[in-house]
Structures are given as C-alpha cells and as structure tokens.
Design a protein around this ligand. Sequence first.
Ligand code: SDX
Length: 428
Amino acid sequence: MSKTATLKIDDQELELPVIVGSEGEKAVDVRKLRATTGYITYDEGFGNTGSCQSEITYIDGEVGILRYRGYPIEQLSEKCSFVEVAYLVIYGELPTVEQRERFSAALTEQAPLRAGMERFIQNFPRDAHPMAVLSSSLNALGAYYPNIASNNHKRDLEHFDEAAAIALSKVRTIAAHTYRVNNGLPLNYPKKDLGYSENFLHLMFSAPYDEYVATPEVAAAINFFFLLHAEHEQNCSTSIVRMVASAGANLFASAAAGVNALWGPLHGGANQAVLEMLNAIHADGDDGSKFIEAAKNGKARLMGFGHRVYKNYDPRAKIIKGSFDKALDSLGITDDSLLDIARNLEAAALSDDYFISRKLYPNVDFYSGLIMNALKIPVEMFTVMFAIGRMPGWIAQWHEVASNPKAKINRPRQIYVGPVPRDVPDVV
Ligand code: SDX
C-alpha cells in the first residue's frame, strides 16, 4: 500500500500521494493540489521543492554524501579520470575500455573550433569577463551545428552523442581561446595526442616557440578539479539548464543558460570571490580574524562558506583540502600566504558559534580557488573552470529532460501581491 499524506484544507480532507526515492527521500506529490483545492504551494527559493525525479546524482546535505550514478565521490576521485566520470554522468555507467577509447576519440575530434567561432571570440573586448564569452560562444554552437541543435528534441536526441562530445570538448577550447584573446596572445590549437586536462593546459599556456607540457601532477590537479565539479543535482545553474530544456531548447542553448546562472557570486562565481576575499584580507594586513568579525556582524560574507544543501562539510571541500598539500608539494610551493589566511578563516569559522549555529561549513569553492591560484590559472578564469567541470552534469540533465516523453514545460505559479484592479484614468 503506497504511503499518502493527509491534508485538511477548508472543508476538504484529501490524501496526497507520497513519492519515495531510491535513497529513501520522501516527497508529497502536490501535482493535483490546485485542480483539487484551488490552492498552490509556496516555497520561495525552492528549498523544499522537488522539481523532478532524477537518476544522476544523490546528495545527502545533512551527512555530507555525494554520489554520481551511485558511486561515492571519494572513490571516483581516487580511481577515475574526469573523462571516465564524464562518461559515467552522461551515460549512466563507467565506460569499458572500448567505450572510453571511442569517447576520447570523439572528444579529440571535436576539440578544434570552426574558424568563424574563433573570430567570434576574438571580437569580444579584451576585458570581457570569460563567462560572458563562454555563454555567448556555447549558444553560438547552435548556429554552427543547426542539424544537432534543431530545438526538436526527437531529432536532437538522434545526434546526442555528437552534441555531447561537441559541448564537452569545445567548452575547454572556448575557455582557453578566451584566455588567450583576453591576454593578447595567439590562439593555440588542440593536439591529438594529449589528454583532456593536458590539452586544456596546452591550449591555455603554450607559447609560439615554447610548448607548455603539463607535469603529471599539474594535469592531475586540473583533472581532479574538473571531476569534483562534474555534477551536483538540482543546483541553481543545473535547474536553469533543465528549465530551458523543458521548453524544447537544444543542448547548447540550455548549457549557455546554465553558464549565466553559474556566473553569479553566490553560486559558481564564489571561487573567484574567495580569492578576491583572501587577497583583500592579505592586503589589509589581516590574518583573517578581523574579517571573521565583520562576517559575524553581517558586514561581510565569508565566501566559500555555507551551502543551500550541505549543512555539514561539503564532501568535495574535504577531498580538495586533503589533496591540497599534495598538489602544493608537487608544484613546489612551500608557503602560500593566502593558504595561511584560508586556514585561519576555516579554523575560526569551524569553532565560532555564529557559523556553527548557521551550519556554515566550507564548500567546494573555498579551496578550489586556492588550487587554481597555485596552478597559475588567472582568477577571472576560475568560474569558467567550474563550468568546464560541470558540463557533463548539464549534458546529462538536459538528456533526462529531452528524453522524458512525459516531461512538461516548466511553468511555476506565483502569489500576486500587486495593485488591486483599477481603471486607466481618462487623462494619462
Ligand atoms: C555552489 O547548490 C549547489 O549545489 C551549488 C554548488 C554546486 O556544486 O553547484 O554546490 C556550488 O554554489 C556552492 C556555494 C558557493 N557560494 C558561496 O560560497 C557564497 C557564500 N555563501 C553564501 O552566500 C550562502 O551560504 C549560500 C548562498 C551558499 C547559501 O545561502 P542560504 O543557505 O540561503 O543561507 P542564507 O543566505 O539563508 O543564510 C542563512 C544565515 C544568514 O544569517 P542570519 O540571517 O540567519 O543572521 O547564514 C548567514 C546569512 O547571513 N550566511 C553567511 C554566509 N552564508 C550564509 N554569513 C557569512 N558568510 C556566509 N558565507
């Protein structure tokens, strides 16, 4: 007998179905509430609202669990590459050797951009924020590949593997080209024999007569960073990807919308904001204690802390922190003043009741910015790095919407609180 919830409302008493997920999460199914009672639910910010049923990622925010397709992030980060995890997130299973080779070959084939897209990127102002260029360029892919971005989901799904490879491979090339143009540098071109992260670093940092060859440690740190960001269920930007996809839009347009949401400083833009915060604290000669007081007085926000879902340590932050010393050692970095400040902030926040009572723990962005800083990734590229890592998640979530025959266009309701009905005066 399936579980139900009883709702007493006005003179009605109705039984609402309860949906139970594979990890025991429970939801009251209110899809018939308005038709039955005339009432809607109200949940500004959607913190208590399930927008979909998904098979991709499971998060337990209270305990600090994150699993991609059932595999714990801790094991994936130790045993798999970003490309293998991207395949898992997109297709639901870890790839066989043959599947991985085919997938890698598709990513290699799709790495270069069309000449017109290169010119498109080169025509942005040199001080354009890379996220503005990235969202525009991802959207522009729909113009260069109209046959797989037709906004007819049935047709677009027939070309899904190609669209997925284009999005996952070209997001990296677009990002690197943007960095080169912003810095007045000539574009580099992908190399067939390099892995995903190694090719990205080559595209970013090779000079005309001096090819950048990533050390295994640096490539591993980038690979690790992308992997930890690959998916995170219905966060703000992924919800936008699904919302846009629900209207029938193609993968590139949906991902471009996700980039714009991720750019916000409360979301993916936090990694850039963390570095800017640490640099400001350092410039102020503060060891972090002054800043902590300002945050407790509501005069500052401790960027990289807090989360809409994790009310315990973000497991990704724990993993990044654990690998951080190894990454610094491999990069030959012994002391890092910003890292000292970060450690002071974390120690202070984890022992201070203001943060403990509000369940504010470090999130993925707190340490990721420090790793990218150590890797000499420029701060304005930090959120772009997050977007590259998150692309597999956006692709998988778009596919879940596009391939669901019962999917409906997303159209939330509202409670109107504006002016009561009135007539336009004769003389306006
Ligand atoms: C990501 O959702 C995802 O999955 C996102 C993400 C992903 O992988 O996609 O995990 C990536 O976006 C991580 C979050 C990165 N953002 C930041 O680090 C920015 C700093 N964090 C905050 O802005 C904030 O914590 C949020 C936005 C992340 C979460 O906000 P909530 O849960 O809505 O918390 P809130 O704004 O309701 O604040 C509750 C209280 C308030 O104080 P009171 O009004 O109770 O006195 O906590 C305070 C807030 O002022 N607070 C903070 C704080 N975050 C919340 N105070 C100081 N510093 C902070 N960072």
